[in-house]
Ligand binder design. Structure first.
Ligand code: PLP
Length: 348
C-alpha cells in the first residue's frame, strides 16, 4: 500500500483539487446573506487561481446572474464557453479591446466621461477608493449600470458606510439603472451596500474576505493542495536544513522534504506556518526554496507520507498571516500548470 502510494504520488510533485461543490455551496451561502440582491461571480485572475471557466460554470449553475473579470481577453475566453451569459469587465478597456467587447457582447466598466458607443457600460464612480472612477454621473444611452468599489468593507465599517452614502446621493435619481457596490465582505456583513447586485469574488472560493477562518461566515474552501514527503532525514544537533541555515537542530530532529516551493506558489515568507503530515500538524522550518520546503517531524515517517499544504483545516488565511500577505495573493499565485502540479476538478 505505501509503496503503491509512493509510486502513484511520485508522478506529481503536488496535487491541487478544486471542489466545485464547495463553490456551489458558497454561492448559496452568499445568496442567503444577500437576501434578494443579485450575485455576480468575480472570476478574474483565472478565478483567483481556481480556474475561471470551471468556477464560472459552477457559480452560474447555482444562481449567479453574471460573471466579472478584469480584462477583455479574460472575458473573451469565458464568452467562448458561455455564449449567452452576462460578462462584465471590471478593469479599463481601450482601443481594440472595446471593439472586441462590442463584438462579443461584453459589458464594460468605464471611469471617464468618454462613453464608448454600442456597448453596454457600467459607469464607475469614485466614492473614496481613490483609484478609477468619476466623481459624478454622466448620461449616455449605453449606460446600464452604476457602480463603486469599497476601500474598507473588510476593515473600516464607518468609512465603507460613508462611501455607500455618497454613492446613494450620486445615484438616487438613477434607480432604474443597475446599481452595484458590494464585494464579498460587504455582501456578508454590510447590508447597506447591497443595492441591485453584489460582485463577489473571494468568498465564492470559500476564502475569507476578513482574513479569518472562512467557516466564521459559513464558507467552505474550494481548493485543496496536497503533496508528499519526498525525503526524510535525521538531523544531528548542530546540523541544518536549507539556504542560510535558518533552521539548526538543537537535538536529533527528523526533517521531511516536500517537493513544493515558492515557484509553485508556496510563499517564501511562510516559514513557521503549519501544514499536516500524515494527519499531524507540522511546522515548516528553514528557508523555503524554489522547488522544495522542509517540515519538522515528531518522528520518522515513511517516504510518500501525505502532506496537506492547504485543506482539511489548513487554511490559506493562516499561511497568509505568517507570510504577511493575504489569501487573495496566495490563491492567485498557486501554480496549476501541469509541469508543476496535477490539477483535479471534483464536484462533491
Ligand atoms: C475584484 C473585485 C471585486 C471582488 O472582490 P472580493 O473581495 O474578492 O469579493 C468586486 N468589485 C471589483 C470592482 C473588483 O475589482
Amino acid at each position: 500500500m505505501s509503496l503503491l502510494l509512493c509510486q502513484k504520488r511520485s508522478m506529481h510533485r503536488s496535487e491541487i483539487t478544486i471542489d466545485l461543490g464547495a463553490v456551489r455551496r458558497n454561492v448559496k451561502t452568499l445568496l442567503r446573506a444577500l437576501d434578494g440582491t443579485g450575485l455576480w461571480a468575480v472570476v478574474k485572475a483565472n478565478g483567483y487561481g481556481h480556474g475561471a471557466v470551471d468556477v464560472a460554470g459552477a457559480a452560474l449553475g447555482s444562481g449567479a446572474r453574471a460573471v466579472c473579470v478584469a480584462t477583455v481577453p479574460e472575458a473573451l475566453e469565458l464568452r467562448h464557453e458561455f455564449p449567452a451569459e452576462r460578462i462584465v469587465v471590471l478593469g479599463p478597456a481601450e482601443g481594440r479591446d472595446v471593439a472586441h467587447a462590442r463584438d462579443a457582447g461584453l459589458e464594460l466598466c468605464v471611469s471617464s466621461s468618454e462613453i464608448p458607443d454600442r456597448v453596454r457600460v457600467h459607469l464607475k464612480l469614485d466614492t473614496g477608493m481613490g483609484r478609477y472612477g468619476l466623481s459624478e454621473v454622466v448620461e449616455a444611452p449605453e449606460i446600464v449600470g452604476l457602480m463603486t468599489h469599497l476601500a474598507t468593507a473588510d476593515s473600516d465599517r464607518e468609512f465603507a458606510l460613508a462611501q455607500v452614502e455618497r454613492f446613494e446621493e450620486l445615484t438616487s435619481s438613477y434607480a432604474h439603472l443597475t446599481r452595484h457596490v458590494a464585494n464579498s465582505a460587504a455582501a456578508l456583513r454590510l447590508p447597506e451596500a447591497r443595492f441591485d447586485a453584489a460582485r463577489c469574488g473571494v468568498a465564492i472560493y470559500g476564502l475569507s474576505p476578513f482574513g479569518e477562518d472562512p467557516s466564521a461566515d459559513g464558507l467552505e474552501p474550494a481548493l485543496r493542495w496536497e503533496s508528499h514527503l519526498a525525503q526524510v532525514k535525521l538531523l544531528q544537533p548542530g546540523e541544518s536544513t536549507g539556504y542560510g541555515r535558518r533552521f539548526v537542530a538543537e537535538r536529533p530532529t527528523w526533517i521531511g522534504l516536500v517537493p513544493v516551493g515558492y515557484a509553485d506558489g508556496f510563499p517564501r515568507a511562510a516559514t513557521g506556518t503549519t501544514v499536516r503530515v500524515a494527519g499531524e500538524p507540522c511546522r515548516v522550518v528553514g528557508t523555503i526554496s524554489m522547488d522544495s520546503l522542509a517540515v519538522e517531524l515528531a518522528r520518522e515517517l515513511p517516504l510518500g507520507s501525505p502532506v496537506v499544504l492547504v485543506g482539511h483545516g489548513v487554511t490559506l488565511e493562516q499561511h497568509a498571516g505568517v507570510a504577511g500577505s493575504i489569501n487573495y495573493e496566495l490563491a492567485t499565485r498557486i501554480e496549476t500548470r501541469p509541469e508543476r502540479a496535477r490539477r483535479l476538478v471534483i464536484d462533491s
